[in-house]
Design a protein around this ligand. Structure first.
Ligand SMILES: CC(C)(COP(=O)(O)OP(=O)(O)OC[C@H]1O[C@@H](n2cnc3c(N)ncnc32)[C@H](O)[C@@H]1OP(=O)(O)O)[C@@H](O)C(=O)NCCC(=O)NCCS
Length: 199
């Protein structure tokens, strides 16, 4: 497991609790380079990449690079179907030093996507329930942040359904889309709110 300069506190918590709990349909694993073909199959899709904030993969080398640079760490997870072990998507909890949002210590940014063939099966809803429990009750983060493009109504719905609060919108440029200017909506869920709801 690659820890990439996490604080000793966080490293210890993650070592004690490496994975969120399985859900009805899914389990969480770390990514490894052998997953590059499966990632490539899912990450070529225009809508998946663009809505997640990255350029859709056009070669298997793109997928290998994404695993090496972004996914090969202790806080990123491949989401696998229990029924056949296939990867259906990705979810991560980026600690403060890796988040592009200006977040505090003991806070993390959540990111996720699901391959288009698997949309609307409730998979990310299942994964969010499990990873939020993990984030607040096992890793003891104080706040979880999330962001989605202004037009991403599905993600917005998912944040609100999971008790996040809309905070603000910030301007961003999609560098891989000829610097198109748009807005990112920022959401946050605090541990105190989560604990109150799930007492
Ligand atoms: C966003 C995404 C991860 C959702 O994954 P999923 O597994 O299909 O999501 P689920 O099936 O768990 O839930 C989808 C929810 O959105 C709702 N929904 C579907 N289409 C919708 C729309 N056009 N507007 C609003 N809500 C919509 C569904 O009804 C469901 O909500 P419900 O459970 O309350 O009925 C997936 O669409 C995706 O990867 N999109 C592209 C990348 C992306 O947007 N990543 C997130 C970046 S923030």
């Amino acid at each position: 497991m690659v820890f990439n300069n996490l604080s000793p506190f966080l490293k210890l918590r993650i070592l004690n609790h490496p994975f969120p709990k399985d859900t009805k349909s899914l389990y969480f694993t770390h990514w490894n380079l052998n997953d590059k073909q499966e990632l490539f199959t899912l990450a070529q899709d225009e809508e998946v990449g663009t809505n997640s904030g990255w350029k859709p993969h056009t070669t298997i080398e793109d997928s290998k690079n994404a695993i090496e640079k972004a996914y090969l760490n202790s806080y990123s997870y491949a989401l696998r179907l229990k029924s056949n072990n296939n990867i259906v998507g990705h979810i991560s909890l980026l600690p403060d030093q890796y988040s592009l949002l200006k977040i505090g210590k003991n806070e993390a940014e959540i990111g996720f996507w699901i391959g288009k063939d698997y949309w609307n099966n409730g998979y990310i809803s299942e994964a969010l329930t499990s990873i939020l429990y993990y984030a607040f009750k096992k890793i003891h983060y104080k706040k979880i942040w999330g962001g989605c493009l202004d037009k991403n109504k599905v993600s917005e719905h998912l944040f609100i359904k999971n008790n996040f609060t809309y905070l603000k919108s910030i301007p961003i440029e999609l560098i891989f889309k000829n610097k198109i200017r748009t807005e990112e909506k920022i959401f946050v869920l605090t541990k105190s709110k989560y604990d109150e709801i799930y007492r």
